[in-house]
Design a protein around this ligand. Sequence first.
Ligand SMILES: Cc1ncc(C[n+]2csc(CCOP(=O)(O)OP(=O)(O)O)c2C)c(N)n1
Length: 371
Amino acid sequence: MPIVSTQHMDVAAGSLPTHQLLNVDGKRIPDEELDHHLKDLKEADLADFLRDMVVLRRMDNEATALQRQGQLGLWAPLLGQEAAQIGSVRATEDDDFIFPSYREHGVAWARGVQAEDLLSVWRGAQASGWDPNEVNIACQQIVIGSQALHAAGYGMGIKFDGGKQVSVAYFGDGATSQGDVSEAMVFAASYQAPVLFFCQNNQWAISEPVTLQSRTHIADRAHGFGLKTWRVDGNDILAVYAATKAALAHARHGLGPTFIEAVTYRMGSHTTADDPSRYRKAEQLEEWKAKDPIDRLVKYLHEMGADVQSYEQRAQNAADEMAAKLRAAITSMEDPKVEELFSNVYAEPHEPTQRAERNYLNYLADFEGGE
Ligand SMILES: Cc1ncc(C[n+]2csc(CCOP(=O)(O)OP(=O)(O)O)c2C)c(N)n1
């Protein structure tokens, strides 16, 4: 008898619906509430979504390979989460400010962060790959859920200033069990701040399944904080885009914070230091491969009668170009000086840090003169 339950309680009655605008066969499903948020999307935009997702998947593959070749210290793959990331970030305005976690490479890239700047952090060559104020996206957060507090504070600032921007926090299903995320939702709701909490429920928090993490759908948790909430198929780029548009419009109309649960799947490992075959069954991965977000958009473009081959070719070319530039940049990147590890900790001289630096340099010197 297990000591904890991994079964969702019966949340069917009264629970939020899961919006799906494109089914797994790429067929369009009408959605009374969300359809009008797609009215400005043209075929060219869908082709851009396809290109973005293909480039992103390639970046993710390259990064995983570079880590295996010793060029990166670590990487957190996003394989399978392309629609959740591209669909949401492409719905934001440039001056909305985003607070991402360590897996939102697609969100950062779509904001204009260069792939090599992103990866340089995972190589340990830079502490921060970009200036957040230039691209309106903070650096990737590793401390689970803490960026939700930053987003809530930023959203409160927008409200006090009378601005029209929205502050957006990205995090995973596991993060919703962190106190920080609950506190952020309480503050955002109390102040009716323009904050979008965007949760990618990729089913796993390292080796812990979401069904252990939460006895209800994640979206139902957020709803309980008084946030306008949507639960969407996170592998359906149209549903993600439309729900994000709806959430941002809600905030811009002064109606307060929102929450989106994008139901997706982490097809790769948690990080390159993880082996998911130790804790999950191969059949589950197969089941989700059939829901692949890129395949689904391609099927829809076929349904529309679009010239899919030319769009795929264009996407492939963009991916090849990005990959060649990325690989050249990373493999020729200089390692930072060891001293920089310490010099960037405090703005002012700081004796304990200086002592740590001296000790560490002495320790390394032992190796140079060693046997
Ligand atoms: C405050 C804190 N506790 C624990 C960890 C270790 N940790 C790293 S990733 C992770 C799981 C996060 O899962 P989830 O929020 O679902 O995001 P995902 O990795 O699936 O994108 C944990 C517990 C951490 N980084 N920060």
